[in-house]
Ligand binder design. Structure first.
Ligand SMILES: [Zn+2]
Length: 309
């Protein structure tokens, strides 16, 4: 059995974002609290007892409080069901939550060498001591079985693969501590329960759907996919920023080259958008954009949604 909990579905900043007065953020603060969403992360488990986070968002503390599956076991003084964190990129919304996991419980960080280099380069992450928190390098197209802190198998097999994307925005124009080779900055994951064979894909950042990606995802039972913006120039048109979706390494939901169109007809059983920016009108249940997304078989999840495969 494979269990997945959506800890957060929002892009960087969350919904509402601290300094944003856009319509979605205003509604989320006011009459529509159900719009509130924390920054993107999922938890996955093969046995229902030991869990792995995919990315550790700045909202991790709040997400853990809201998720009983991730609470310390009853009767224990110090314990966490979190056996590890798999990082798919080095953005702040994917790594900052690690700093909330600093109280001495053992777990492992699995990340590409490019992302491990970023952690090494920022000494604040040294608060996670080598003794308790192992950092394990993962490589593109090489499957790995994460082990529990005691060494027992987790029952999971994870295959990282490269997707079109960008390096962390705070490194733009600066030397990347992991070198200039772009590979490894943005990963997709194929996660499989070894006992049952149940599996799904996680791609929270993707700039473009290539033919290679299409063939990989054909027939998938479940896909979490980048839903940052509805249209590429959304932030610019709304006066919220100067960057396009593409400029940030994120495909748009709509348009001929967008996610909805590009991933149509691939026989994917369940399609869930993740990493949805507060500027995206598809967040509003009554919007035309939401109807188009849902009509095409996509789901916009609420935080806390649990899926059992
Ligand atoms: Zn906003």
């Amino acid at each position: 059995m494979l269990r997945v909990v959506v800890l957060g579905a929002a892009a960087g900043g969350g919904v509402p974002q601290w300094n944003c007065g856009c319509q979605v953020c205003r509604k989320a603060r006011g009459e529509h609290p159900e719009l509130r969403s924390t920054q993107a992360s999922i938890a996955v488990s093969a046995d229902g007892e030991n869990w792995y986070l995919v990315n550790a968002s700045p909202d991790l503390r709040q997400q853990l409080i809201a998720t009983p599956q991730l609470h310390p076991k009853a009767g224990t003084l110090r314990h966490s069901p979190i056996a590890g964190v798999i990082l798919t990129n080095g953005e702040i919304d994917a790594v900052a939550g690690l700093l909330s996991m600093r109280e001495g419980s053992p777990f492992a960080i699995y990340a590409h060498e490019k992302v491990l280099a970023i952690l090494r380069d920022n000494s604040i992450f040294n608060v996670l001591s080598d003794k308790n928190v192992k950092r394990v390098a993962i490589a593109v197209d090489r499957a790995f079985d994460p082990a529990l802190p005691g060494g027992a198998p987790s029952g999971l097999e994870i295959l990282p693969f490269t997707v079109p994307g960008k390096g962390a925005w705070y490194l733009e124009g600066k030397a990347h501590p992991g070198g200039d080779n772009g590979a490894g900055d943005t990963l997709g994951l194929h996660i499989r329960d070894k006992a049952s064979g149940k599996h799904f894909y996680f791609i929270a950042a993707c700039a473009e759907v290539t033919d290679t990606l299409k063939s990989r995802l054909t027939g998938a039972p479940l896909l979490f996919f980048d839903g940052t913006v509805w249209r590429d120039d959304e932030l610019v048109v709304a006066g919220l920023g100067t960057k396009t979706g593409k400029g940030m390494g994120h495909i748009s939901m709509s348009g001929a080259a967008g996610a909805i169109e590009s991933l149509a007809g691939l026989d994917i059983d369940r399609k869930i958008f993740l990493h949805i920016n507060n500027s995206n009108p598809a967040l509003l249940k009554s919007s035309a954009e939401r109807k188009i997304a849902e009509g095409a078989g996509w789901q916009i999840p609420a935080d806390g949604t649990e899926i059992v495969l």
